[in-house]
Design a protein around this ligand. Structure first.
Ligand code: SF4
Length: 319
């Protein structure tokens, strides 16, 4: 039986639909730059960053966002109001590692974001190894009165791949972070990437089993893609990175989704980079074409998110 959380036209539990159900109106996420940096760049956890990290957006000295968060929010909200008719907003601290700083700074930024009457919550993008106890306590406190989503980058559950891509953390770090933040009133979103060198389709699809065993509320998934001036771009040019075909990515993602619990909302199904910096893959599809290529494949199969799971459960079979 199809879970009521699965959108009848999309065959997945889309995050947009979830937000509409939860808040009763159209919600948009508005990205802001809180002026953070990353411990995988500054030497605390590693140097050089992940091999796909966009160097052009990283300025070592730029730890203070030039534009006040209120102004960034106002611009983003005006854009989404006009373009999509959004009524309420979630402020997304996206750039770099948004719990990497003194708790006083975190408190100041998060509170300022939540102070706007049209803001229903915040989303915080971070690494599993950059969560201090005071930061978790702060988020727990904020989650008592507002929606709080903690977005944890895992990318791969294979430690050898995490080492290869210079992530600077392990699967164990991620599992420990999930354990530390679960049951504290905040949603947990996990970021995954498919298409790493040495990763098979089965390896990626197996990640659904891990997700189904954890208190993860939502997922962001995208294909590995290289942008200019990254080590991954070098790997592409020297043949060490061979991008997935669009057809393979869609097939693997649908297999993955069929094994993902229907209760897990899907925030992202693909990634895109501006043409000016895009290196590979170049599938030549617009964003909505990418989204619907996955949805249409599920429809073609006559399947939906979680259809291969045991009834109502998080037990994954046939892996
Ligand atoms: S964790 Fe994010 S910001 Fe840090 S190096 Fe990796 S991709 Fe870049």
């Amino acid at each position: 039986m199809i879970s009521t959380s699965i959108h009848p036209d999309l065959h997945i539990n889309s995050y947009g639909s979830y937000l509409r159900r939860r808040f009763g109106c159209r919600i948009s996420k508005v990205n802001v730059d809180g002026g953070f940096t990353c411990p995988n760049r500054d030497g605390v956890r590693g140097t050089g960053g992940c091999i796909y990290c966009d160097n052009s957006s990283f300025s070592p000295g730029g730890t203070v966002a030039a534009i006040p968060v209120e102004i960034q929010m106002a611009e983003g909200m005006a854009y989404h109001r006009k373009r999509l008719g959004s009524e309420k907003f979630i402020i997304y601290f996206q750039k770099f590692t948004n719990t990497y700083g003194p708790v006083e700074k975190l408190h100041d930024l998060y509170s300022r974001a939540l102070a706007h009457p049209d803001v229903v919550g915040i989303s915080i993008g971070t690494r599993p190894d950059a969560l201090s106890d005071p930061a978790i306590d702060l988020l727990t406190d904020l989650a008592r009165t507002s929606y709080v989503c903690l977005e944890l980058g895992l990318q791969s559950m294979d430690d050898s791949i995490l080492t290869q891509i210079n992530r600077g953390h392990t699967l164990a770090d991620y599992l420990q972070a999930v354990e530390r933040v679960s049951g504290r009133g905040m949603d947990i979103c996990t970021h995954l990437i498919h298409g790493f060198p040495g990763e098979s389709s089965a390896d990626f699809i197996r990640t659904a089993q891990l997700i189904s065993s954890l208190p993860v509320n939502s997922l962001k998934i995208h294909q590995l893609h290289a942008v200019k001036d990254t080590r991954l771009a070098e790997w592409y040019y020297d043949g060490r990175f061979v991008p997935l075909t669009h057809q393979q990515y869609v097939a693997d993602l649908c297999d993955f989704l069929e094994l993902t619990p229907p209760s897990v909302t899907i925030q992202r199904l693909y990634g895109s980079a501006p043409l000016a910096i895009r290196v590979a893959p170049t599938w030549g599809l617009k964003n909505n074409q990418m989204w619907y290529s996955v949805v249409n494949e599920l429809k073609r199969r006559g399947t939906w998110q979680g259809c291969r799971l045991a009834e109502g459960g998080r037990n994954v079979s046939n892996l």
